[in-house]
Structures are given as structure tokens and as C-alpha cells.
Design a protein around this ligand. Sequence first.
Ligand SMILES: *Cc1c(COP(=O)(O)O)cnc(C)c1O
Length: 394
Amino acid sequence: MAFTRARRLDELPSYLFIEIDRKKKAAIAAGKDVIDLGVGDPDRPTPTFVIEEMARAIYDPKHHRYPFDDGAPEFKREVAAWFRRRFGVELDPATELLSVIGTKEALGHLPLACLNPGDVALIPQPGYPVYQSATIFAGGRPYVMPLAEERGWLPELELIPGDVLRRTRLMFLNYPNNPTGAVADRAFFERCIALAQRHDFIVVQDAAYSEMCFDAPAPSILSLPGARECCIELHSLSKTFNMTGWRLGFAAGNPDVVTALAKVKGNVDSGQFGAIQEAGAAAYREYDRPEIAAIRETYRRRRDVLVDGLRRVGFGVRPPAATFYVFAGCPGGIDSMTCATRMLEEASVVAIPGIGFGAAGEGYVRFALCAEVERIAEAAERIAKIRWSSVRGS
Ligand SMILES: *Cc1c(COP(=O)(O)O)cnc(C)c1O
């Protein structure tokens, strides 16, 4: 029997880091000392107080049965209390909050709950690839909103054509932004809300990096007037609490969207393990502990070391205001694939070519600050030894 995979998989954008990934594995196999600044995955462990809560909760037999469909009440209660303290927004845990198995899961399922075949989803690029693949899985049409550095990496809403807006049911936003490190202000969110109200669509704001800001804290889109009618915001414990492996986050906002997403999830998963949600409740309850602020300070130090090093070599880069990414303009105007390939082959440093995040990412490479500061300093030294001036753009 010949297996033919479903056509929708062929509609996904091609995976452009595959070549870098292959070269990285080859370098490691060849015994090279590879410094991997490719993946955005915290290198430090989860704070001990969270692990201890999990160790206690795992013995409670109530967690050994199916979890509650829309999330553990104690987790949602703590999330609502944190949201009030952090953003000044009052959420009803019963109707406006839903536990999710990481924001990636929520992003993957939201289009199934919101889009009919042919409906448009507005997608920022460069951006997290899941917005586009989830739209395609739901039979929707992705419409790309290009982001550019000279506009603070915010989309130009005025450039979206009227006939696209008429068919738009979803708009994806992601601030603080992966891969650019940009933050959005309240005025930008206000303009998105006004557009959503005028054209009757839902704004999905991916807030995975809301707690990783180096200057002013990022606002929640839900703190703006009218947002709770037309927005859904996705939060994650992954990056904030070094918990990527645990798979926990929450969706907050419009109750009808929350209910629709819960309906999809009720048919594909049965929620996250209750003990993990209890540990997550402890994380938000004790958000003010010094070890959480220390996570942010660690990334700030790493950011400054890398940005300093890259600027001296001729990369176009300023310290990002948020996230653990540095999105740097390639030296000498070379293309992003050439730049990433040379760093890997000549310095054994892994970074992601910007083209992998969409055409608008060309000319940049993304470094993730997920290695100790000494290794990041070493990476910068090795990159400085590459003879960049001899490069001709390909
Ligand atoms: C890491 C990341 C996520 C995924 O977070 P999980 O909660 O671990 O699924 C979502 N969005 C962006 C932009 C990310 O970088």
C-alpha cells in the first residue's frame, strides 16, 4: 500500500531552517563545540517552588482522573487574581478564562473555532509560523501583514485592502514580538480594536513574552476599552517561568470565543494534567518572588553582551526592549541564509535566518539568548573573527 499524506500538509510553508538544522547536527557529530542560539527555549530550570508544588500535587488522587474541561478552578482563580494585580483587568474565571496546553495548542485550535473555509486571517511576518499553519489547517486564507524595522515592527493597518478586511475573521498579533523583540503601545492596540469592531473580526494577541520586558512592563490588550468584546489574549508559563516542557498557558477574553475554543478542545484533548495546573497556580500566586525577576535580569545581561559584540562586527542592531531574542541586520547587506550558514560553518554558532520567519525577515538573523553569558560572549568573539568584509551578497 502506498501512503499519500493529506494535501493540507503540502500547503504549509516550506521549513527553511532545515538546512541549518542539518548542518548543526553534522557539526555536533563532527565533534565541534557548537554554541546553539537557534531555538527559543529557556536553558535554566523551572524555579524550585514550582517543582515542589508539582511534587506535592502529583500524589493527590483527584488529579489522577480526567481534568476539568475548561481548566482547573484553582488555576483560573490564581490567573484572574494575577491579571488584576498585573494589568488592572477584572476577568470572570468561569466565562473569560480557559486553561490551554501551551499557547501553541491554543493557536493551533483557535482557527478551527473561528474560521469557515475561505475566511481570511491576518498574519504578521516575520512571525511565529503557527499562525499561518493553523489558518491553513482550518481551511482559512492567510493574508500577510509585513512588519518593518523602520515602523517599529508594527503592521501598517492602512495598507490592508478593503476586500480583504471584508473577509477577515481573525487578526493575529504578537507583542512583545518574536522574532523582533518589539513591543506595541496602547495606541497601536486601540487602532487594532477599532478596525476589528468596524469589520467584525477577532484579534488574537499572543502574549507569550508579556513578562519579558526590560524597560516598561507590556500592557495587556484586554486593558483597552472594547477589547473584551473583540479580543482573545494568549498567555504562557513557558518563557516567564522556564516551563516550556510543562505545557501550560491560558486564553483570556471574549466569552463566546472562549466557549468555542473549549468546544474544539473538548473534542481533541481533555485538558492539561491537574497537578501541572496546580503548580501553575503557585507560579502566578508567587509571581513577585525574586527568582522570577532574576530570570529577566539574566536575559538583560546576555542581551547586552551579544548586542555589544554584534555591533562591533557591523551587524545592524539595537538592544531589543523585550523577549529573549536579538534580531540583527546582517553585516554588509548579505542575505540571511548566507549569514547564518557562515556563522555555523566558520564559528560553530547557530542562529536562525530571518527568511525562515517569512519574506519580510530577509536581511536579518535571530539569536536566542538561551545560553550562559560566557557562552554568548564566546559566540560574539567567534563571530568577530569571521572575515565579513570579504563577503559578496549571494
Ligand atoms: C514560544 C512561543 C509560543 C509557544 O508557547 P507555548 O506556551 O510553550 O506553547 C507561542 N508564541 C510565540 C510567539 C512563542 O515564541
